[in-house]
Design a binder for this molecule. Structure first.
Ligand code: ASP
Length: 315
């Protein structure tokens, strides 16, 4: 018996201001439509999460692909992971600077490489050798983000002067008012398989070479048919320390519902390491969980019966 498909996407969790809500809801809804078309025609959950994430990487609203936050040197550095719950195959790229759609490169790694993870130049070489065109880093940078970085660095320099400290090199991302616009998707296909993908430009003003949670297996993304598919967003360092996507999947494997497990993950993130962020999860039975401990998170889901999108998810 074929399974009814389910798709859930997110576009970052933070204190998103009112004027940005519409663009975020439009963005996650477009991603949902693209992923759903894939599931409807009977293709895999893996294809669906890839297509949904590509749409959000191409949308400058989000911190993924073109329009991402800039690192301390004013460059875009991207991370992405995709994982197949049926086979546990995964593909990840970290710190890439010349790919418009890092999730496409991650997918090629999953499908065509004996390895799981490539970083920097080697990742780009792998992508180019597998037919993915490279772009210039400047092609990924937009004026909004140049201004965003300039303002943030000026604020830090000012704080630094009054504190005589070294705030310019403080870890970025610890403030929930700073945007966290990472994107992700989890899907269940007609064959009963689940998959997950996450893509990000990381945190604003991050140190060059800094890798966040998003592209690390079990931290920002995870999928196993025997537990759940999960994608997280938020301040990456605390999420990494808890291996939060896998932690959540383990709760589901132990018999808890995704809805409860997602909420527990957010409580755990806050209580254990004072972290903030959001998570989407989905199991093979089609149960979903959407939770965040930030004021807002852009999310959308679709089943054969229902479609919803929003920026606040009441628990
Ligand atoms: N988790 C991402 C990172 O720390 C940022 C985000 O979700 O916006 O790289």
């Amino acid at each position: 018996m074929p399974t009814d498909p389910v798709l859930v996407v997110h576009g970052g969790a933070w204190a998103m201001p009112d004027e940005m809500v519409e663009a975020h809801i439009r963005g996650v809804t477009n991603a949902l439509a693209a992923g759903w078309r894939v599931l409807e025609r009977g293709s895999t959950a893996l294809d669906a999460v890839e297509e949904a994430v590509v749409i959000m990487e191409d949308d400058e609203t989000f911190d993924a692909g073109r329009g991402s936050f800039l690192n301390r040197d004013g460059k875009v550095q991207l991370d992405a992971l995709i994982m197949d719950g049926a086979t546990l195959r995964a593909g990840g790229v970290g710190c890439v600077e010349h790919l418009r759609n890092p999730v496409r490169a991650a997918r090629k790694i999953l499908s065509e490489s004996p390895h799981v993870y490539f970083v920097g130049e080697g990742a780009e070489r792998f992508a180019a050798e597998h037919g993915i065109p490279l772009c210039r880093n400047e092609d990924l940078i937009i004026p909004r983000e140049v201004e965003h970085l300039g303002k943030y660095q000026a604020e830090l320099a000012q704080r630094d002067e009054s504190h005589h400290g070294n705030d310019l090199f403080a870890p970025s991302g610890e403030d929930a008012t700073i945007s966290h616009d990472t994107v992700g998707a989890v899907a269940l296909d007609r064959h009963g398989n689940i998959a997950a993908a996450t893509s990000t430009g990381g945190t604003l003003n991050k140190a060059p070479g800094r890798l966040g949670d998003s592209s690390l297996i079990g931290c920002g993304c995870y999928a196993d048919n025997e537990s759940a598919a999960a994608s997280t967003t938020g301040w990456g360092e605390p999420i990494m320390k808890l291996v939060l996507a896998k932690w959540t999947a383990d709760r589901i494997a132990a018999g808890n519902l995704p809805e409860w497990s997602a909420q527990e993950a957010m409580n755990y993130l806050k209580q254990r390491v004072n972290g903030h962020g959001g998570i989407i999860v989905l199991n093979r039975e089609g149960h979903i969980g959407i939770a965040h401990n930030t004021p807002r998170m852009a999310w959308a889901y679709k089943t054969v019966k229902k479609q919803e999108a929003g920026v606040v998810r009441e628990s």
